[in-house]
Structures are given as C-alpha cells and as structure tokens.
Design a protein around this ligand. Sequence first.
Ligand code: MG
Length: 396
Amino acid sequence: MYVVAIIAAAGEGRRFGAAVPKQFARVGGRTLLERSVAAFARCDRVNEIIVAGPAGAGPELMAGLEGCAGGKTLRAVAGGARRQDSVANAFDATPPHADVVVVHDAARALVTEDLISRTIDAAAAEGAAIAAMPSRDTVKRVGRGDLASAIVRETIPRDEIYLAQTPQAFRRAVLADAVRLGRSGADATDEAMLAEQAGHPVRIVESDETNLKVTTQKDLAVAEAIVKAGGPGPKAERVRVGIGYDLHRLVEGRPLILGGVRIPFERGPHGHSDGDAVCHALTDAVLGAVAAGDIGRHFPDTDPRWKDADSVFMLRAAVEIAREAGFTVESADAIVILERPKLAPHVEAIAAKIAEALGTPAARVSIKGKTNEGVDAVGRGEAVAVHALVVLRAEC
Ligand code: MG
C-alpha cells in the first residue's frame, strides 16, 4: 500500500490573534506544522508527505521541515484561497499510484501515529474514513442567528453525533471524486463532506483525546500542557547508533593524517584518498546509523575525484546524508590503534576537528589512542586501525 499524506497548512488563522499564522506557532519548541509533519513521518504506513503551505512560503518552509520528515519524501505546494483549494492543489501533486491519501490539518499537531494508522486502514478497507469524537454533551439544534437570540428547536440524540476531525483518509479515486466536486463549485469545511456528497460512504474512526485543533491562544496553552505531561510528539527521541572500522597500511612517503590532523611521522597511510582512517571509520559509522550504505559506495576508490582527497570532506558529506534523513550527531567515540607515534598529544586537536565536521560540541567527541602491544601487523607498526561508534538523534 502506498500512502501519501497531505498536510493543510495554508490558513491565515484569523481567530488565533498572533503575528504568525497558527501553524507556525510553537508548542514544546516545535511549530505545529513541524509536529504534524513529524507525526506522519513517524507513522510506518505513510510513504510521502505533501505540505500545502501559504503561497510564496516555498523554500523557507521546506528548509525547516526537512529535519522532521524522517527521510520520507517531503514536498510543498502553494495552498489556495479556501482549505479545500489547498487540499485540491496538494492532491494534484499526489502520484497516480498512491492507494490512499490522508488529509490532515497542521493545527492538529498532537495527532498520534496510532490514530493516523487506524484512519488509513479503515479508508483502505472501506474507501473513506475520518477521525471523529463522539459527543459527550447533549446536542441541541437552534435556529440560525446569534447566540443571544438562539432558541432550542430540538434535542438531537447524543449517540448519533460525532464531531469530525482530521486525519481524513480516502482511497485516491474517492478523494479524486471529492476534489472534482469541490472544483465544480461545492463549498465544504472538510473533504469527507465532499466525498459524502459524491456518494461515497465515510467510516468513523474514534479519535484520541489529545487530537485537539489549535484555534486560539488558549488552545495553544492546552497543547503545551499536554506535551509537558508527556503527550504525543517527539518526547521519545529517536536514536540511532552506527559502527565503523577502518585500517590502512603505513608506508613511506605519505603524510600521517588522522581525524584531519597532520601528525609528524616518517610514514603515512597507503590509500586512494589521504587515507585518514579516523574519518573513514566515522564516515562508515554515520552512514551505518541511517543505513545509507558505506564509504565505498559514496566515495569509490576508482573515482579520480577522491584521489588524495581530504577525508574530512567525506565525513561532512555523510553527516549531510544523515541530516537529510532527519538525524544529527549526538556523540562520537573512536579508538585509534597505532603503535607509533604516540597519539596522546594530538587527541584534543583531532576531537576538535572531528566535532566541527560532525556538527556537535567537542565535549561529545572522544578520541582514544591505543597500541596493539606489539602483537600482529598493527603491533609491528605496519598499519593503523580505527574503531568508531556514533549516536545520532532525530531532529524532530
Ligand atoms: Mg579507509
């Protein structure tokens, strides 16, 4: 099943009463839009995310969101005048092979992966499904008009009432019908209404208490309280660990470079690039943490571009690949096994250089020198070997 999520984030939020539209207001340090994107990124069912943002907010909008997409395909389209126009624009960008398209309001930033999954599964089975809450209060119908003059006309049985929310999921063909109806002039406050009008049954999926829509500043305070109390969202930080190893023979006529630092010695690593085993092991560890292959795949030693190349560049490139997958480097630890010369005088400089390449404070980078006690080729000083481990943390 291929699932595309559309996040509607083009609204001006007039009732919100702030300088920025509410989707850019922050809860627990993250904007509502970032939290919504992150929720869909965490949901295994979702393959791709399309954000319908305010017209003209393209590149800046995307720059901030990439780290929240967890490596999933993320695109932005310009929203329209009405919410349904924004969703229609995003729908046009969905691939024809999508099985299910799930629409969500950015303002419901505390949506859970469980609710998203249940809505998608119900739509896959039955064509259309929406998250909704049963009414807890008794429901009265009044005549149109202002509240002051409203007179109750009837009491509607409470068990027949559900309050519609998002996510709302549809088989792609069903949403295509709804979008077509909307474009032919029908006005709707949600996509389900258009799907109903197009004759499709819409299944109710019971929503979560926390799936509130932030409309006012008071709602924002409630959302903040839910996050603080351990509610949905990035409180359980995603962590990845990667391991790397490298060995280079030490030969005459080559400079000894370790962790981007040149160390005075009569021999240096044989290799296609500068042979910096610290950078190579760490590069493999970073790539491994996000399952993005290895150094040989990204920087083949058959490529003349990497001949005598500064390996710090490769490490930076691996960190960028991890960043695109939504991760930053939390910490790194490496053991450098080198018989001679003594590494101790250089570990601080190496850690500083590596920390800069990893984009993390030097205090979180550890470089440890060891000898092999004269045992084996490394012990005879014929080679340098490095073991490395990195911890990455999800940005969003
Ligand atoms: Mg190497």
